[in-house]
Design a protein around this ligand. Structure first.
Ligand code: ZN
Length: 253
């Protein structure tokens, strides 16, 4: 098949990740409106005068044309839709977590336009709101949208309902709650405490409207417990440590 016969995709895209490739090129991962996650090479993008190279930056919103290649797709053209607003270090660190989560939890070329909207909304919101809460909320919504939603209402071991007040644990391996009666007999896999306040925070974040958040008192202990559970769960699901979390912890946020 000649190059001109191969598929040419045009779409709006949010840039998730960019890295240098060989001597003059860049490799990029984007999440697009109509085609889901796309990876491609932008040839010559590292040359100073190359317009693609300048536009192809993490979190940028671009209109791209990508040509399907034999081994890997390549960028034919890109135009700027919206440059990311200037972010401080903390916002950038959280934006990197949102982007990396999107990259690791989605498959190539599975269209999910609602996810494209969700990511765009989260990237915009983390510059106006508490980025830590925005990104946790996004992570929870992303897990639901990609079919990884954990079981939070029933014990995954005995199937009994876990009431709002009762104490519970979370099994990252089984992806759900373990009730207190099962906990003692459960030969578990690194169970994490998941208290009533943590589950309440989880529900609040799952439904968080960034524009009009419903009032809620976020407690530090519950926040840390939830972060620990979520990132451990995601690690179990993807089997990959997130690079962006290292960066975040180095900032000691
Ligand atoms: Zn149980």
């Amino acid at each position: 098949m000649s190059e001109s016969q191969r598929e040419l995709l045009a779409d709006d895209a949010l840039v998730l990740h960019v890295k240098n490739w060989q001597t003059a090129d860049k490799y990029a991962v984007c999440f697009t409106k109509e085609h889901g996650k796309l990876r491609f090479i932008a040839y010559g993008a590292r040359y100073e005068k190359n317009i693609h190279g300048r536009l192809l930056q993490p979190f940028a919103n671009l209109h791209i044309e990508v040509q399907q290649g034999q081994k890997i797709d390549k960028l034919r053209s890109c135009e700027l839709l919206q440059m990311p607003k200037s972010m401080d270090m903390q916002q950038m660190a959280y934006a990197a977590v949102a982007s990396e989560l999107t990259a690791v939890l989605t498959e190539d070329r599975v269209p999910q336009p609602e996810l494209y909207e969700m990511l765009g909304a989260a990237l915009a919101a983390l510059m106006q709101r508490n980025p830590r809460l925005v990104v946790l909320s996004y992570a929870i919504k992303l897990l639901a949208a990609t079919g990884f939603a954990p079981q939070l209402t029933h014990c995954v071991h005995c199937g009994e309902a876990v009431t709002a007040q009762e104490n519970a644990w979370f099994s990252p391996l089984q992806g759900g709650l373990i009730c207190s009666s099962c906990r003692s007999t459960y030969n578990g896999d690194g169970l994490e405490p998941c208290g009533a306040e943590t589950r309440e925070l989880w529900q609040w974040l799952a439904q968080l409207d960034y524009e009009q958040p419903t009032p809620f008192k976020v407690r530090g202990g519950a926040l840390m417990e939830l972060e620990k559970i979520l990132f451990k769960f995601i690690f179990f699901q993807t089997d990959k440590p997130l690079n962006s979390l290292n960066f975040l912890s180095q900032l000691q946020l």
